[in-house]
Design a protein around this ligand. Structure first.
Ligand SMILES: O=C(O)CCC(=O)C(=O)O
Length: 276
């Protein structure tokens, strides 16, 4: 199991993102790849499928499966992720928010545009992060993630926009309702930004702040799938912040916490670290 050293913790605090090589062992990767296969065949309630049933040029995401898909639940509670998240964030605890499967079949044209995660979620707080676990290899030149180093500390809260501006996108019902500043056109002005990222192998993870700007390209490979599972983690300073334009998987009427309070509702945001 991977543990973080002092340099990695400092790099997370400074840069907003770190790579963790061999963060989890291959048994997790195998189990989660099977889940990806299953979800592609039978998408869940929160799936977003660019080309249902296609073997190529299909961008597929599914999320919030932990309550119904056992291997994901197992991964959330029994992999090193919660401890890694708490350690990087310098938080005493890590609560779980949601899981997010991101598959790009061979030849997927759709990119994941530059964005910041926090405006999409009903939380505020600096100690909110994700662990993006590579289930297949991915290269920077291909579909691995890239980040604007240090942008988590820019004190910006950008508009949550629907990806690709597709009006038929399932997320268009809830994104785009926020009134914040739009994300700048980073892709057209890459030289103006300090962009970092890593080629990754299955089992490597990228741990990043929910405030950092990030994106991933399409999948130019004509033969290989790109698959990853992001898990989203809440640290000590996270507060419940329902707002227009936030992800509707968990709603204010579901939870027993009021806006501004710590998300202590274990039914929706279980405390995974420390255990017991
Ligand atoms: O895997 C991708 O294409 C993007 C992932 C992402 O943006 C995220 O996990 O927050």
């Amino acid at each position: 199991m991977a543990l973080l050293n002092e340099d990695q913790i400092q790099a997370y605090q400074d840069d907003g993102v770190i790579v963790i090589r061999n963060a989890v062992d291959s048994t997790w990767v195998e189990k989660l790849l099977k889940v990806a296969e299953q979800q592609l065949k039978t998408p869940g309630k929160w799936a977003n499928d660019g080309s249902p049933g296609a073997d190529t040029n299909r961008m597929f995401t599914d999320r919030y499966m932990w309550q119904s898909v056992e291997p994901i639940r197992d991964y959330v509670f029994n992999s090193p992720c919660a401890e890694l998240a708490a350690t990087a964030m310098q938080s005493e605890s890590a609560r779980f928010y949601f899981d997010h499967l991101l598959v790009k079949e061979p030849g997927t044209v759709s990119i994941t545009p530059w964005h910041q995660d926090i405006p999409y979620w009903p939380f505020l707080g600096k100690q909110v992060c994700s662990i993006w676990l590579a289930l297949t290899p991915a290269t920077i030149a291909g579909s691995a993630m890239e980040f604007v180093r240090g942008s988590h500390n820019d004190n910006k809260y950008y508009q949550a926009e629907v990806f690709g501006k597709r009006e038929d996108h399932p997320n268009s019902a809830w994104t785009g309702k926020s009134q914040a500043e739009p994300v700048p056109d980073i892709q057209a002005n890459r030289a103006d930004y300090d962009i970092i990222g890593w080629d990754v192998e299955p089992g490597d993870a990228v741990l990043f702040s929910s405030w950092i700007l990030h994106w991933a390209g399409g999948n130019q490979s004509q033969t290989s799938r790109r698959a990853a599972l992001s898990t989203r983690w809440l640290g000590d300073d996270a507060i419940w912040h329902p707002h227009s334009g936030a992800d509707p998987t968990v709603n204010p009427e579901d939870v027993s916490v009021a806006p501004g309070q710590a998300p202590t509702d274990d039914r929706f945001f279980p405390k995974v670290w420390p255990t017991g």
